[in-house]
Write a protein that binds this ligand. Structure first.
Ligand code: ATP
Ligand code: MG
Length: 486
């Protein structure tokens, strides 16, 4: 296989991503090129008084058709071409495109007058495009071959060994220039080709290097974040052990296992017990979010979304009944969507949103959950007619420990970590979360809130490189995450 990948790019996902994106641009541009070519013929023939010969008309139209045909084939095959440097990859596809483009362009330039053709400038454009994708030596070779073919064709035309195809209406005769003009033209044209390749190649290389540096810095930052999270888990674990011990001792005293206590002392002990419970809950949330940040998600659970939401709602029926809250579920799409996801993380998201809605509505309030399918992604919206969220705080509520200013902390207990955990999971799943207040269920004095999550069907890995997490490692890290007894 022809080595087309620069050494520094072999394991560099960003490089392959950029090549794929650029290949796609060129495919789109080529559809335009075929249209522009037909336009060139029509405008030239009917508006500019150019008289194309029969041979020229056949050449222009068949080249447009040819460009369109091979572009459709390349477009449909590009998704099947991988990024393995040792196999046929997207760079080889770029090379094939370049060879096809330059060949048809050379034929087109020949049939439209060669040196007289206004289309020869497209060679420069191709050299710049080629330099953005292919290694320097390939593009320099292409520039050399173009100059060589151009010179040979010009020479053969001058010797009348091949026919001149000047466009009548663009030039006066069959040989409008002197030999010196032709020589000068070819020298300057070749120079322009090589200079364009040189400049474009330098810029492309610099760009890739910068991207690589950015990537390395990002990796270092990620490593630092991992160290920070591990440190947090360690410290919090150390804090949790004595607090848990204090909590059990308080429980023993409160339950009377260490002898009788006065009512006054019992009241204080109960209060202390509650405070230690709050602290333990907070510690669990901090550990949960830190472990979540360290968790590599692998989507291996098959989930029927509507069925799953139904089960989560069922688990809230008891608490909803206590507060006379009505919960409704609507499947807007009418379909049963089955996706691959992570059951436990998914449940954590939905249950956090429903728990919030139940917590922040008044007695007799309403909570509505809607599911919709948009083809490539699905949405789950949890709306209520509760106390709502002040607009200025709608972004801050996703920060750790943040609780909005309109809640009464004595009535609405909580640590302010729920939505931070939800956001972390949604981002890991490649989705997004939006909040709107007032919601569609708003009533007088109850603005309500609506949280909408949008999730893609298939979890997208970055930079096209398939990254498989080792199953055992994954299960270990996942179990670790759910182990609440840290
Ligand atoms: P916990 O960590 O125990 O869930 P919490 O509910 O206060 O505590 P989050 O779930 O992170 O924390 O929510 C953050 C803040 O966002 C809440 O304190 C509340 O002010 C606001 N909020 C969240 N959901 C709603 C809702 N459905 N209606 C009104 N306010 C909400
Ligand atoms: Mg909450």
């Amino acid at each position: 296989m022809l080595p087309l990948v620069p050494d520094w790019a072999h394991h560099y996902g960003e490089f392959w991503r950029a090549i794929r994106v650029r290949n796609l641009w060129f495919i789109r541009l080529r559809y335009f090129a075929a249209l522009i070519l037909c336009g060139f013929f029509l405008i030239g023939e009917f508006l500019l008084d150019l008289n194309f010969s029969e041979e020229q008309i056949i050449a222009i139209l068949s080249i447009s058709f040819l460009i369109l045909s091979y572009n459709i084939i390349i477009h449909s095959s590009q998704n099947y071409v991988g990024s393995d440097p040792h196999k046929f990859n997207c760079l080889h596809l770029s090379l094939i495109q370049m060879i096809l483009d330059l060949t048809v362009l050379m034929v087109l330039v020949y049939y439209t007058g060669l040196i007289e053709s206004p289309l020869y400038l497209f060679f420069i454009f191709h050299m710049i495009i080629g330099s953005m994708v292919l290694p320097g030596y390939v593009v320099y070779l292409a520039a050399g071959l173009i100059s060589f073919s151009f010179t040979i064709l010009a020479l053969l035309e001058r010797l009348h060994s091949i026919k001149n195809h000047f466009i009548s209406g663009l030039s006066f005769g069959s040989q409008p220039h002197t030999l010196t003009y032709d020589i000068l033209f070819i020298i300057i044209f070749s120079l322009m080709l090589f200079i364009s390749v040189y400049i474009a190649n330098r810029i492309a290389h610099q760009l890739y290097k910068r991207e690589q540096q950015l990537r390395t810095s990002l990796e270092k930052l990620n490593e630092a974040e991992i160290t920070k999270q591990k440190y947090t888990i360690g410290v919090v674990h150390e804090i949790k052990t004595p607090i848990a011990a204090v909590h059990s001792i308080l429980e023993l005293i409160h339950k009377g296992f260490v002898g009788p206590i006065s009512e006054e002392v019992d009241k204080k002990i109960k209060r202390a017990e509650l405070r230690t419970e709050e602290a333990l809950e907070l510690i669990n949330d901090i550990v949960k979010i830190s472990k979540l940040k360290l968790l590599e998600i692998k989507l291996s659970d098959v989930i029927n979304i509507c069925e799953f939401i139904g089960k989560v709602i069922d688990s809230f029926m008891e608490s909803a009944k206590e507060k006379s809250v009505n919960i409704f579920f609507t499947n807007k799409s009418g379909k049963q969507l089955v996706v691959k996801s992570d059951k436990m993380l998914f449940e954590l998201v939905i249950s956090n949103l429903i728990a919030n809605s139940i917590k922040y509505v008044d007695e007799g309030g309403t909570v509505e959950i809607c599911f919709d399918d948009f083809g490539d992604k699905y949405s789950i919206e949890v709306s209520d007619n509760g106390i709502g969220i002040p607009e200025v705080e709608s972004k801050k509520i996703f920060e750790q420990f943040y609780r909005a200013s309109n809640i009464d902390k004595k009535i609405h207990e909580g640590t302010g970590m729920g939505l931070a955990i939800v956001k972390e999971i949604i981002e890991k799943l490649g989705g997004e979360i939006k909040v709107t207040s007032p919601s569609l269920l708003s009533e007088e004095g109850k603005p309500g809130t609506s949280f909408e999550i949008l999730l893609p069907y298939k979890f997208k890995q970055s930079a096209y490189d398939i990254f498989e997490v080792n199953n055992e490692d994954y299960l270990k890290s996942k179990n670790d995450f759910y182990d609440k007894t840290v």
